[in-house]
Design a binder for this molecule. Sequence first.
Ligand SMILES: *Cc1c(COP(=O)(O)O)cnc(C)c1O
Length: 398
Amino acid sequence: MDSQSDDAPDVTELTPPDRTLMGPGPSDVHPRVLGAMSTPLVGHLDPSFVEIMNEVQELLRYAFRTDNRWTIPVSGTGSAAMEAAIGNVVEPGETMLVPTNGYFGGRMASMARRAGGEVVEVDAPWGEPLDPADVEDALSTHEPDVFGFVHAETSTGVLQPDVPALTEAAHDSGALVIADTVTSLGGVELRVDEWGIDVAYSGPQKCLSCPPGASPLTLSDEAMEKVLAREELPRSWYLDLSLLEGYWGDERSYHHTAPITNVYAIREALRLVAEEGIEARWARHERLARALKAGVEGMGLEMNAPDEYWLPSLNAVRVPDGVDDGSVCAELLDRYDLEIAGGLGDLSGEIFRIGCMGYSARPKNVIFAVTALGDVLESMGADVDPDAGVREARAALR
Ligand SMILES: *Cc1c(COP(=O)(O)O)cnc(C)c1O
């Protein structure tokens, strides 16, 4: 019989490779955010931390373009904010309408079912946005209590255009709207109040240049009233917004220990958003992603999404004939320390997913990604012109 060894594990000092992160998230972290994370810890009820909490809430409202009082960072990754939204807003026996046009609509459905909800679907193929007419049809057929949609589908590189058309239709039929803004907050135009979004959740490690750990969530007064009037408690104690309200609201009483270092991180990340200006930041993402797009198109590749719903923060590029997407990604990581990703689900094997988010949305990263991708594809025998790609990317940046 084996007995446990008395030798302590001999694990070497942490030396992660120096990657450039241009996949579907996480993105490169801004050095100021890393700096904020190495500042001293204070207690989660320390008066100085209460001040920091207020600042984070104010900065989040700015980034979301909302006046919602109920705007907080949820402890955990984007999925925690997602589950906080769905698990609190959807009550057992209620119906939630979700989209089928990407991976994250499927995750919404799983969460709604676990919350005790019935799920109905509005269909669109992977790689396309929802058609407002189809949403209207589904709303009138199923009369859901809640309608969820994904503003920026990271699995397909599709930006849902004309959000107000969807929210108006939902409100006309009496449904509350939950928007997944994980890959849009701080990266592409998003106006929670003006667009009539009732609940939006996001993540810090996409367009906010911040490590995962504390995830943005905002709810309108009307949505929060629904949550506070629930007959049955939400199934998660940890994500119960009526309890979290005690900590993030006026009381400031203990619920769980906030991930203090992650709150520091998102505070600094959001300060960077405020310094740059939210609209300037959207414009930067668009300009840098346009150069990336010019580069991949210039070398002879095709974008998966047409311009009307191209998502600048996540570029879905068709995999050219004769190469395997997984091998290309592995080679980029191995030779260039560059992370991009392949496709998921219905688009598995068909697209590369190249993020252009936050601190990764810089000329340096774009030129590097275009150069490395062209080189690796050419070396694997794809019919591409790497030099033309770099030339087009450079021209787009001038
Ligand atoms: C990344 C992502 C999520 C989930 O966030 P995690 O931080 O991985 O939990 C949800 N929705 C979209 C659109 C995403 O891109």
